[in-house]
Design a protein around this ligand. Structure first.
Ligand code: BTN
Length: 262
């Protein structure tokens, strides 16, 4: 099968066997004015970063570590939509190429069998209240074994191959990281086009289809205060709508949420 390729995303690809963080490098070249859609890929990161100052651990050649430079025509309030579009692109790619159904957990996690298999880190550079560029970082665990994760993540993280071994499917399908990358970029470009045409609603509609957050009990932190409630919806810009136990309805932009049972 010839792979359909994206036109803008991945036209320029910069590959490193090892780097501190693909997001750091992508930010640097974006500041220097690189083309939109430039993709930075690495086999290993020495200082991979996650959200909220967390680390993203990696093992050589076992996962997808990539960052994409974007210049979206959206406001800062709509930034979350980029993370949601990336989540949809990963979920649909894995379903299509490997047949595994993943779930999306607001705001940036992708879940397999109750554990995290992929994380997304979207970072924006602002100029006069406008988005100058966005670096979209995707870390997908593909070939990791259980022992490849740090002890504290052993119960929380998984990879596509761990799951497939459990299901005895690994002999049937060989997962090529390059193929996954090409397909994720192709899907992402389709969704990115919609975003730039102002059609944010179709991204949130797709995201909802794969959601493992909506309908569940959540704990959220708003302006330093904790609230519990049920996640009932997301807005078109990707804010989470929570019906709190005190009867109020809150829209959460980002920050921390804890989804019970995940
Ligand atoms: C998270 O779950 O908190 C986000 C994790 C994002 C990890 C990816 S790996 C490629 C890119 N480079 C980084 O340093 N982080 C992102």
């Amino acid at each position: 099968m010839t792979e359909r390729e994206s036109k803008i995303l991945g036209k320029n690809v910069i590959y490193f066997p090892q780097i501190d963080s693909t997001n750091n490098y992508a930010k640097k070249i974006a500041q220097e004015g690189c083309e939109e859609g430039t993709v930075v890929i690495a086999d290993l990161q020495t200082s991979g970063r996650g959200r909220l100052g967390r680390k993203w651990s990696s093992k050589n050649k076992k996962g997808i570590l990539m960052s994409v430079v974007l210049k979206p025509e959206i406001s800062i309030e709509e930034l979350q939509i980029i993370t949601l579009a990336a989540s949809v692109a990963v979920v649909e790619t894995v379903k299509e190429l490997i047949g595994i159904g993943l779930g999306v957990k607001w705001p940036n996690d992708i879940i397999l069998d109750g554990r995290k298999v992929c994380g997304i880190l979207t970072e924006a550079s602002m100029e006069m209240d406008k988005i100058n560029f966005v670096v979209l970082g995707i870390g997908l665990n593909v070939w990791h074994e259980k022992e490849d994760f740090p002890d504290e993540l052993e119960e929380k993280a998984t990879s596509l191959s761990i799951y497939m071994k459990q299901k005895s499917q690994l002999n049937d399908i060989i997962i090529r990281r390059s193929r996954l990358i090409i397909r994720i970029l192709y899907k992402l470009e389709e969704l990115y086009d919609k975003i730039n045409k102002g059609d944010l609603g179709s991204i949130t509609t797709l995201w909802k289809k794969y959601s493992v957050t909506l309908g569940r009990e959540v704990l959220i932190s708003v302006k330093g205060e904790q609230h519990s409630g049920i996640a009932i919806d997301i807005t078109n810009e990707g804010k989470l709508v929570v019906e709190c136990t005190d009867g109020s309805r809150k829209e959460v932009l980002s920050g921390e949420i804890y989804v019970k049972g995940l």
